[in-house]
Design a protein around this ligand. Structure first.
Ligand SMILES: O=C(O)[C@H](O)[C@@H](O)[C@H](O)[C@H](O)COP(=O)(O)O
Length: 256
């Protein structure tokens, strides 16, 4: 398989979530066969949670030694710890609380009630990434990075026509005036995301069709941030039929 971006289409959101969950479990088994530790970046958003819930519901998840897996996030909302709006809280409720994970394997972004300013929180998150740096990089090389995609083509908290998508000299940025509430966030930057071995994008719904079609047709990353995303080895769009409406047929592999 080449590293060209692939589009795997599923009939609907439920089958999409369960298919991605099954592939995730299978891939994690392969990864942990080959290496001692794996690093995974989770995404916020409804598809991110739906996929994790499908993993939680799968008996096959017990075949993974989760104690060898580190979980990170692509972005986080600047709200207090434990707030239902936090991506880490949603992931814990969907799956992580069910796994026997050492606390040191879970790397949430700082929260707004941490006593840190938003900029200090970005620096703190960057320092955490750096403690797990490899090959001279100030961050891990993530084995799988999950990303949801917004109707405007945003990924993580990197939005169209905002400076964040262009940042290459930092691993984590503070985001203000976010078009998607809440207004303040923290986000990994594009170089960190693209240093991942695999980027798995999960998106469903007709409102995502335009952004996906534009991204695959060559739109700029400034216009459509997801257009600037490509993993080292694999970049796969896991989508439902509605989101695939504007994808060139030649790029589509149907999973049904
Ligand atoms: O913090 C966030 O809101 C997410 O990280 C964001 O990037 C999300 O993944 C997309 O907005 C897609 O969200 P849906 O899957 O809910 O459409």
């Amino acid at each position: 398989m080449t590293n060209e971006r692939r589009v795997l289409v599923h009939p609907d959101k439920a089958s999409l979530a369960s298919s991605v969950a099954a592939r995730f479990i299978t891939k994690m088994l392969d990864i942990l066969d080959a290496q001692a530790v794996a690093h995974v970046v989770l995404t916020g958003g409804s598809m991110g949670s739906a996929m994790l819930e499908a993993v939680a519901a799968s008996p096959a998840r017990t075949s993974i030694d989760w104690s060898r897996v580190h979980f990170w996030w692509g972005d986080e909302r600047w709200v207090p710890a434990g707030d239902g709006e936090r991506n880490d809280r949603q992931a814990q409720e969907a799956l992580l609380d069910d796994l026997d994970l050492p606390a040191e394997n879970v790397h949430p972004f700082p929260a707004s009630d941490s006593g840190l300013s938003l900029d200090e929180a970005a620096a703190s998150a960057a320092a955490e990434l750096s403690t797990h740096g490899v090959d001279g990089l100030p961050h891990p090389i993530f084995d799988i990075t999950f990303l949801g995609v917004g109707p405007d083509g945003h990924i993580a908290s990197l939005f169209p026509h905002r400076s964040g998508i262009r940042v290459t000299d930092r691993t984590v940025i503070a985001v203000r005036n976010s078009p998607k509430p809440p207004p303040e966030r923290l986000s990994l930057t594009r170089p960190v995301i693209n240093s991942s071995q695999r980027v798995w994008l999960v998106l469903a719904g007709a409102d995502k069709a335009s952004a996906l079609g534009l991204a695959l047709a060559g739109a700029s990353r400034d216009e459509v941030p997801v257009a600037g995303i490509k993993g080292r080895r694999r970049t796969v769009f896991f989508v439902d039929a509605d989101a695939a409406a504007e994808v060139p047929e030649a790029l589509i592999s149907r999973d049904y």
